[in-house]
Design a protein around this ligand. Structure first.
Ligand SMILES: Nc1ncnc2c1ncn2[C@@H]1O[C@H](COP(=O)(O)OP(=O)(O)OP(=O)(O)O)[C@@H](O)[C@H]1O
Ligand SMILES: [Mg+2]
Length: 365
């Protein structure tokens, strides 16, 4: 009996310590028992799942189908489900359906074991990786385009200015028309300059430095522009230095892009708020990070638009290049960090940057 109790306790603690949601179903797909992780995945209390059916938590015909197949033929099946959370985010679950046999007195009853794994983070990372590979390819393309087009453009523009000079004062003065061409060339040149920001991250120069330094330099830089736009800058910075391994020059470009976007989102003024803090490792975070949060009270971004704003050339602005945010993401990823955005149409937008505060061997350079 003592031995039985020992095994019971052992199973119980293994069952509740596993980082997967685990469920046992009876023949009618009712929940017989569930472990701790399952409760936290669905934000329910311990008593709740018992007596309920799996469909109450995961209404999916696909899953139901797999469970039926496993009930009939045994074996193992896998299914991936994407659930919309009340917060608007999607949760991705990998569910493994496994046939088991439970001895019940003298009868063997076949039931089903479900193993649920939250793969939302992994999917997000994979998406970012695809995006960053695209951007890297674009960087190479951009570098060659800038190189090939830069020279002819400046030749055209100086030749036109020469022609303009020769025609000045003559009867058929077309210098206004030529001005139009010169202006267009200038615009093309600016676009090219924007593209050349996409240089490969080999050019990053990392330093162990307080991030507030870069931040406050950029704040000084935009303060006049903010004042002119009737935008009040509020800061709530961590009292201590937030030292981290970063390239100050590139990070300043990131801040500049984000501040400019924020100011541009408030045509009638408003406020731009910058908060920073240190976030220690623990919970789901494996390392301590430095967080920089940039909020505005601007026009906001709709949910459909949110999936587009980090894509190169997506812009809703007249004359916008749409390269600002892709550049920011690229730099932050080169810092092993993340940049995320939350927004409410008509209310405002918050960008959150998180970068590791300590340097690890796997960090490049
Ligand atoms: N703070 C913000 N509030 C509202 N919309 C934003 C904000 N930041 C970005 N956006 C949206 O995302 C789009 C892409 O931004 P991004 O910085 O990449 O390019 P851009 O600002 O349009 O052009 P550029 O940066 O070259 O001036 C913007 O056109 C705008 O629609
Ligand atoms: Mg921009």
């Amino acid at each position: 009996v003592v031995k039985d109790q020992f095994y019971f306790n052992l199973y119980e603690s293994v069952f509740s310590a596993l980082p997967f949601g685990i469920l046992v179903l009876d023949r009618n797909q009712g929940i017989v028992c569930a472990n701790k992780r399952f409760y936290s995945l669905f934000n329910t209390r311990e008593e709740e799942p018992k007596g309920k059916r799996i469909q109450d938590f995961l209404p999916s015909w696909e899953l139901e189908n797999h469970i039926r197949c496993v009930q009939a033929d045994g074996g193992v099946r896998e299914v991936e489900l994407h659930l919309k959370e009340p917060s608007g985010e999607t949760k991705a679950l990998k569910i493994t359906v496994i046939g088991i046999t439970v001895v019940k007195g003298i009868i063997n009853e076949s039931s089903v074991l479900l193993v649920l794994e939250d793969i939302s983070e992994r999917i997000k990372l994979e998406e970012q990786l695809v995006q960053s590979e695209k951007l890297a390819a674009m960087g190479e393309l951009a570098a060659s385009i800038t190189h090939e087009l830069g020279n002819p453009l400046s030749v055209m523009s100086s030749t036109l200015q020469y022609i303009q000079g020769r025609l000045k004062g003559k009867e058929d003065d077309i210098s206004n028309e030529i001005d139009v061409i010169v202006d267009s060339l200038k615009r093309m040149d600016e676009l090219l300059r924007g593209l050349s920001d996409f240089k490969t991250p080999e050019q990053l120069r990392f330093e162990q430095e307080d991030i507030h330094k870069a931040l406050s330099q950029v704040l000084t830089l935009v303060s006049r522009e903010a004042r002119n736009a009737n935008v009040e800058i509020k800061t709530e910075l961590a009292p201590n230095p937030l030292r981290c391994w970063h390239d100050p020059r590139q990070m300043k470009q990131v801040f500049l892009n984000l501040f400019k976007n924020a100011i541009e989102a408030m045509p009638y003024g408003g406020y731009l708020e910058i908060r920073t803090w240190f976030s220690p490792a623990g919970g789901s975070e494996s390392r301590s990070t430095i967080i920089i949060e940039i909020s505005d009270a601007g026009v906001g971004i709709s949910e459909e638009e949110l999936s587009l704003i980090f894509k190169p050339f997506y812009s809703t602005k007249k004359g916008g290049s749409g390269l600002g945010l892709p550049f920011c993401r690229r730099v932050i990823m080169a810092h092993n960090g993340t940049i995320t955005v939350k927004s409410l149409k008509g209310k405002g937008t918050t960008f959150t940057i998180s970068i590791p505060s300590d340097r690890r061997r796997e960090d490049k350079r």
